[in-house]
Design a protein. Structure first.
Length: 136
């Protein structure tokens, strides 16, 4: 199946953002030892990967607006809703466990990767319920 123009732009944006994210993670990891004091410079360096995460979210939102096929947009929005539900459920449930038990702490960093995993879960749900996993 040929990609539509919105898909091609989305893939291009995600490639740029992905490379930026990996570079920012390596940069922060090489410049800042774990537990570095919070100075303006260390905070700025540590937040660089977060800017790339914002780029991911922007690229996905932009993709939603550029999709002209309403059915494909429905599939992608459903994936995002399922991903959001999964990430919120895991974060909230684990947070409650942290309050009342001695389970290990889950760093907030993991919420976005859990959300990304939820996109795959959403694609599977789409495939099982509608027969189509979506376009991206």
């Amino acid at each position: 199946m040929a990609m539509n123009p919105a898909q091609r732009r989305y893939i291009g944006r995600m490639m740029v953002v992905s490379v930026t994210y990996v570079a920012a993670i390596f940069l922060a990891g090489s410049l800042l030892p774990k537990g570095s004091p919070a100075t303006p410079v260390s905070v700025a360096i540590a937040l660089l990967p977060g800017l790339a995460v914002i780029g991911f979210i922007w690229a996905i939102g932009r993709y939603f607006t550029e999709l002209t096929d309403e059915y494909l947009r429905l599939l992608e929005i459903r994936k995002a809703l399922i991903a959001t539900a999964l990430a919120l459920a895991v974060a909230s449930s684990w947070g409650i466990l942290e309050i009342y038990t001695d389970v290990p702490r889950l760093p907030v960093f993991w919420v976005f990767p859990i959300w990304c995993l939820g996109l795959a879960v959403g694609a599977a749900v789409n495939k099982l319920t509608l027969g189509d996993g979506g376009c991206a």
